[in-house]
Write a protein that binds this ligand. Sequence first.
Ligand code: MCN
Length: 795
Amino acid sequence: MSTRAFGARVQRNIDPQLLRGEGSFVDDIPLAGALHVAFVRSPFARARINAIDISAAAAHPGVAAVYTCDTIGELDREMPLLIPHPSMKDARTQRPLARGDAYYVGQTVAMVVAVDRYTAEDAAALVDVDYDPLDVEIELEKAILDEAPLVHETHPNNVAAHFVQVSGHPDKAIAGAEHVTRVKVRVDRSTAAPMECRAVAATFDRVTGELTVWDGTQAPISVRGGLASILKLDEDKVRVIAPHVGGGFGQKVLLFYPDELLVPYAAMQLGRPVKYIEDRRENFVGSSQERTQIHTIELYAKKTGEVVALRDSFLHDTGAFIPYGIAIAQVASTSIAGPYRIPNIWVEFTAVYTPTVPITPYRGCGRPQACFAIERAMDQLADELGLDRFEIRRRNLIADAEFPVLRDGLLFADGLAVSLDSGQYGKALEMLAERLDVDNFAAEQEKARREGKHLGLGMAFYVEGTGLGPYEGGHIKIHPITGKVYVNTGLTSQGQGHDTVFAQIVADQLGVKVEDVILVEGDTKAFDWGVATFASRAAVVSGNAIHKSALIVRQKTLTAAANMLEADIGDIELRDGAAWVKGTDRAVPLAAIATATNPLRYAFNEAAKAATQFAPASRHDGPALAEGQHPGLEATDYYSPACATWAYGVHGAILEVDPELCSVKVKRYVCIHDCGNMINPMIVEGQVMGGIAQGIGGAMYERIEFDSDGNLVNANFVDFLVPYATEVPQVEILHLETPSPLNPLGVKGVGEAGCIPVGAVIASGVEDALRPFGAGRFHQVPLTPSMIHAALAAA
Ligand code: MCN
């Protein structure tokens, strides 16, 4: 295979359009006569709803309809549990509009549809809901106590699930260990904060019975399937389009948000287009969040530092509903041993309902928490054994020759035992050490201290299971008139640059320019089968599906060209948009080959006819395709990964902590990472960079704050601090490319990698900088100035 385009730094082809403001997001879709939606949301974290009086709202001028749970027919039911698991009984999911009870501040209770948003908001304020507020417990560790008020009466102690996984023989190894280090860590709740909030619009054609939905979703095909089944429509009558989407980060893949069902329902009921554009406050109180976990982790080691066993027990906050089951906690628990050899593992978690916004995966999905736990524990173990932080890792990292490493008994989110497939962990560590000049850092730190500056070095390793199944597909067609190549997939992109990378994969196989390959995604009319964009899976799953399809089209093209050029198939090469007889100037353009199999199309194709001056088409002489092949140059194929493929990396930073202001400045940030073969290193770097920026937010700034009544008190960008460009350091990114042996392209995912270790890096660095003060350990993120202040004051 030529590697001309695969692996090249091809510019993202979608950027000029987006940068010029020519993107088309849900709110840009022109829908003449559209009605607009506003929601009535619960002001209480837990409440009985005694009555809902919509009369004043319904009578308000300009209002088309007001819906409650009593007037939405089939929709009034709990949404499906997306990922069932035997550890959960009677898992609770949300109804589109509350029935009887409200379970978190922001839950949708009624929906008003009116001529414009202003009228809808005014009318929503007229809906009179009679609530009896109930007691709540927001704090995770208190929510499981006997005296805590219950979120769901069905679940004692608010326990949604409890699960234990064991690998090896931890009891025996623990009994024989020479040293144990114990660490309790906490990662707090954050939110994806996409630039574009969520949005959905719908029209229903009563004549054809066709429902068209524009949804800023990461999962159009799955949304279509759900809508069709709940609204009792044929799938072919439902078209879901995800146009340009301004960031998703996992938040836009919940099935279903109330509005995703209610807006299409209202469009069908009212026979008018209906639109809902979530505002920023609603995104905070109504769209899913992630992260709160509290881990108590123990590492059992030899005196020389080799870890023989790991025990981890953690609480996972699942919010008021658990649509994804235990997926996040399961990812955390199976990532807990990180890149280390640790042969014996015991890990247990309890997923806990709290009366707060539901939890679903947010970029990283449980991995930042697991990484924080194991890496903080590794740092502490090093200190306790008098070893350097790099040295303790050297003694425990899996060696290249040991792959694949099976962690039998730890079942990943795909239900299969974790198997780390390939990597050069040791080399990555040494690259970081060299780049940060670790050997000379102590001297530099000492010199800076004498000048009154407090430098610290932080570092953390991570692994990431990527490329989850079950499958994706790709359809490729060489256009018979222009020779351009159309690639259709069931995925959709929120900024990952799929248009460019998938084009790179195809361009190589068909010998065309990258810009002549056009990706069609995010539209259920474009491709019928697929799952969604999540779990850093597009490169692995769609990439390989498209690669397989391209190989079929390549073979068809070579066969047809050999026939037309009356040459041996082995003598044909594809390049510059044509098939050539090697070493000659005889060629036929791809468009001509595509039409040659269809005489009527050929008759209208002047370009193809002109092209035959190179070689007369053999369509009169016999079939252009071999027996069993189909007309046209197109093919569809699918790829279904056998299991996850594991990417990894190690990050390090030099920080400066100001003990008076308690502020942290990241002076240098180095990232070594490995996602197998890179399709486009520039896009990979963009993904890593974006992930690190989000990781900096989670490490130092972003914390969703509830008061004791469950009100989200920082539901805006003044109080919830996302980092600006000024807070994000210049990142030095170094690549390693260890191919995955599990898929034909040798790729692993990268979309979440950047954010995973940042919290652990920052905490490790702050701890190092403040060592002379005796400020102790930092085991919670976000790590804020007030925490540094408290630690210094205590010291
Ligand atoms: N890539 C590559 N070579 C590789 C691996 C990946 O060139 N070896 C490219 C891919 O082809 C793709 C990009 O890097 O263009 C990310 O690939 P992948 O890791 O497969 O992730 P997905 O495309 O499946 O995207 C999902 C992932 C997730 S789970 C979150 S969350 C996230 C992320 O992507 N959300 C994002 N990155 C995001 N980037 C933007 N701009 N917006 C989001 O919402």
